[in-house]
Each structure stands twice: as structure tokens, then as C-alpha cells.
Design a protein around this ligand. Sequence first.
Ligand code: GTR
Length: 418
Amino acid sequence: MTKLLRGFFFCAAAQEPNYDEAEVVSYTLPDPLVMSDGSPVATAEDWTAKRRPELLELFGREMYGVMPGVDRSRLAFETLRTDPVAFDGKATFKEVRIYFDAPNPAPKLDLLIAIPNKAEKPVPAFLLLNFQGNHTTDSDPWISISDNTEGNHTRGVNGEERRGYKKDRYPFEMIIDRGYALATAYYEDIDPDFDDQRQNGVHPLFAEFEKNVPEESRAATITAWAWGLSRALDCLETIPEIDAARVAVVGHSRLGKTSLWAGANDPRFAAVISNDSGCGGAALTRRNFGETIETINRTFPHWFCPKYKTYVGRTEELPIDQHELIALIAPRPVYVASASEDLWADPTGEYLSAYNADSVYRLLGTEGIGGAPAEPPEVDTPVGAVIHYHRRTGKHNLSEYDWAQYLDFADEYLPKKN
Ligand code: GTR
């Protein structure tokens, strides 16, 4: 970040979060079906050839940092271990290591994959990053303990004592029983979650691609995580039991922001699920409800590129808003979910994003949000079609209720097997 930008950003006055709907100032959303030069996007062809690339570029340049390419000659995958009788014989566990800079041993990502044994192969899959290491996602003693000691979430607390500690968020058996694989990896293996001025994780690998990208628009950490998700998909493409054309990328909270950005950039993701992703994810930035562009950039400056910080205090000048991030996933299925007590993430703003992406989905010939109204639905009442939404009762979390909806959604909207 340049000194000038830093100064501007840190001088911005800190404000109390607004949780009052009556205090949301009126705003005008940019129209996803109008080009930056004011010309209309009238056809699916206009969208695909002109507006989609324009919006993708804007989100990269102004917010997350431009998505780097990949040097495939430096990627390598190694199956480390296999357990054919996981979950009492219901599934096969694989641990596969992704080397991002082969033959160098680091950086790397260890993917834990559970594949249902009985289901007809290849199977569709959910891919999601986890917050504390693969061994925290289930109590099975077979799972290797993440050896990452650099991460924000794992420093000093990453041993046996954390095995299975977050298993409620990763209901392997529920997913396997429905015939899906679940692949997960520790997000800080891709890029540790703290501000180190882009020195650690995969950032050094981007140097060549970023030679012509201005510093203020270079890949921030959410982009690094999303880039890592695409490499995980590269890896899944090499596993014969997995149908890589039917992979739904899922993420909770900061990783929900990441799943949306990954899905926007990588059309190979067949569906995208964003759970309680909030500000910088599904929630509309212009509502300034709960977490805002100002607070998020103060607490997590590394998540977004320096250019984004220049919009603190002038959100109305942003050339984009988050409904257009969802539109970038069109026509593929997208699920946005909120929790009723998670006001920090602005459930109404999350719904309105999903709702306002509808015009693009319909232009591309889908049912979009299926005629659901502009008013957010009641709690625990999923609405929509290829764009789906629910607001679960309860707190900020990825719960069994959420997964039950995602499984039904995947059954209905993931492409059918060839
Ligand atoms: C919060 C942050 C949110 C969300 C959340 C999480 O502290 O303000 O934007 O990302 O963390 O990832 O758990």
C-alpha cells in the first residue's frame, strides 16, 4: 500500500455500526445490464462478450485485486495417503498434496477428500476451505494434523487437542450419504490470514503475472484464497472418482466472500454457495449496515487491494456493488445464505444482492430468483430457483440446517451427470 493511501485510510473516522433499517440512507445500485459507458446490455451475447469481462475487471482492479494466471508447469499433485474404510466403510479418505511451485516443497495445500464408496462414480463434490486445519473438520484419528504453524488460526493451538473441534461445520457423513464427495483444505496454507504486505503464502508466485498490474490493484488475500480454490479444482480434475464438472464451491464468512470471487473468476465451478459472507461478500456495500467498507478495511486491510480503501466514505462512487459479483456467476446456480442474528453481515443486504442479480440470470435464460419478491423472506423459508436464498434462525455459523438446504439445492440445480 502506498503511504498516501494508508494515510487517507487511517484518517477516516471510525463509526458505530448501524443496525437500524430506518437509518439506511437511500442509494442507487449500478445496473448490471448497463455498460460503464452507459450503453445497454440487451442480449446474452452482450453480457458474455462485453459486460461480464468489464465487471470482472472492475471487481479485480477496484476491490479484490486482479486474479493472477497460473503457470501449470509449476503445479504438481501427490496422493499422500488413502483410507478406503473411513466412516465404517462408507467412504474413502484421500489426502492429496498440491504443490504450487513444484519442485519446491512450499507453498503447498493439503486437500482432504472423502469419496462415498457406494455411489456411482464419478461423484459430484462440494469443495470448501476450512478455518483451523483438516484435522479440526472431523474426529477421525486417521486425518493428518495440519503442520501449518504460520497461520493466524493455528499458531500455538494446532495439535491433537483440536482434532474434530469444528466438526459440526463439516458434516461428512450427511454429505457422503447423499452421494457427494467433500473436499476441504486449510485456508491459511494458501495465504496466512494477516497483513504481511503480500510477502507470504502464494503471493510471491504472482510476481510474473503482476508485472503490468498497478500496485494498488494487485491480488489481495481474498484473491489468493480464491486462486487456491481454482488450484484445488485443478487437482480434483485429476481424480477419476470425482466429476469435476459438478463441483460446488462453498464458503463460510470470509471464505464465503472467497467462494463468490472464486466462482466469478472460474467458470469451471458448477455452483457457488456463500454462507453468511456479509460485507465484501454477498451484502450490498452501499447499505452501510453492520460491517462497512470502512470497518472491514481497518480490521482486515490485507483482504482487499489498496484501491478499495479509497472508497471509504464514498461508497456511492464505487463503480460496482455486490449484486454484480453474484451476477458474474450467472447462469450457474448460486446460493446465498444468512443467519437471523448475524446482523453484522447484513442479512437484508445479502438478500438484496441475490435479488438484484436476477436480471442477468433471466437475460441468460434461467429462472433467476424464481419470482421471489424484493422483500426478504421469513426465517427458515428458503426461496428462489437457480439463485437461492435463506435466512436461518440463529447466529453466524455454518450449520446442519444450512447444509441440508445446500444438498437439496445441489440435487436440483447442479448439472445432471452426462
Ligand atoms: C469477521 C469479519 C467478517 C467475517 C468474519 C469471519 O470478524 O468482520 O467480515 O469475515 O469475521 O470470517 O468469520
